[in-house]
Design a protein around this ligand. Structure first.
Ligand SMILES: [Zn+2]
Length: 229
């Protein structure tokens, strides 16, 4: 999953009632924490190759995306949050851990079977919803739209912040189209070339730039919206 990951990020924006326990921009980083880790592993050459199995591209992501290591990344994400915001307490820890782990659950839905149980495990999971590229696009953007509508409901701010949020939504839709939908249609038509597209350092850097840009954009919009009591 790509942009759909941001759906759960709004989970805690209203749980602090009147104050924000887990800011949305932190949620934006938490839900992509596993892909951020992947970006570093890709730059180090440890992960990131695309292998074709039965004409479908599978990712090599044993450390960033196995079930066992994902649980570890979830705990690490919660600990990091606690370190930077000790006042958020146990609840903050569990919310951020849950957001980090939501990445694995949503990836399980869309990935073709390339999520191992543990690094090196021959059991690889993935329900393959990406095999229906247009439906998967609707699912991911639907998750994101639902989250943004919810967030607008539980926060208040000037109209410009609403326009800014939907502009960001359109930008995210364009990214989803370029990175997931277009290659997904190529896989379906049998014209997908696994050798096209960046790898290694270029792939890692471009992912980090995208995730930082999106977290920065939502942080900027979030400055102008306060939680409703
Ligand atoms: Zn992922």
């Amino acid at each position: 999953m790509f942009m759909g990951h941001y759906g759960p990020a709004v989970w805690d924006t209203q749980r602090g009632k009147g104050h924000v326990l887990v800011p949305l921009w932190v949620g934006f980083l938490a839900v992509q924490f596993m892909d951020i880790i992947f970006a570093f592993f890709a730059m180090a050459g440890l992960e990131g190759g695309v292998r074709m199995v039965n004409d479908a591209p599978l990712f090599t992501i044993p450390y960033s995306h196995s079930l066992v290591t994902s649980l570890g990344w979830a705990l690490l994400g919660g600990l990091l949050f606690k370190l930077f915001r000790p006042t958020a307490g146990a609840k903050g820890f569990w919310v951020v851990s849950g957001l980090v782990f939501s990445h694995w659950v949503l990836d399980l839905l869309v990935h073709r079977p390339d999520l191992p149980l543990w690094p090196g495990s021959s059991v690889e999971l993935g329900l393959g919803f990406w095999n229906w590229p247009v439906l998967a696009f609707a699912l991911e953007m639907g998750l994101l739209a639902a989250a943004f509508i919810y967030w607008l409901k539980v926060t208040t701010g000037p109209k410009a912040s609403v326009i800014g949020l939907w502009a960001l939504f359109i930008f995210m839709g364009a990214l989803q189209f370029l990175v997931i939908l277009a290659p997904g249609l190529q896989v379906k038509n049998g014209t997908f070339d696994p050798n096209v597209g960046s790898t290694g350092v270029a792939l890692g850097v471009s992912m980090l730039v995208i995730y930082a840009l999106l977290a920065g954009s939502i942080a900027w919009i979030e400055k102008y919206r306060a939680p409703k009591l």
